[in-house]
Design a protein around this ligand. Sequence first.
Ligand code: FES
Length: 121
Amino acid sequence: MQHRVTIVGPDHHFLCSEDRSVLAAMIDCGRTSVAVGCRSGGCGVCRVEILDGHYRTGQMSSAQVSPAERLEGFALACQLFPAGALVLRAAPRRNVASDDAVCDPFERMRRQCAAMAGRAS
Ligand code: FES
């Protein structure tokens, strides 16, 4: 069964099945409003705040989303699975390096290459 996922801010929505992560469905739709990193619940760049709706989560690093934050509605989009319509917003950690929070993986790679080239010269 598919559910409507709405990401506030950029004001867009897409459909996501219960067995697909919100991040994977967002990528499938070509959206970039939530940053993409490891895709396995470890890096924290895809952290979101769920404003409304029911869901389940997979394995998430407690360093990225503490138990208290989970109770407040924070989760990692790569480990977030809808059980109904969801409304959420991107909520990257304040201590995530700005380069890690770049949504576009090609832009992130370009910046990393530029930084490495700067170190080499
Ligand atoms: S992409 Fe790394 S925790 Fe979700």
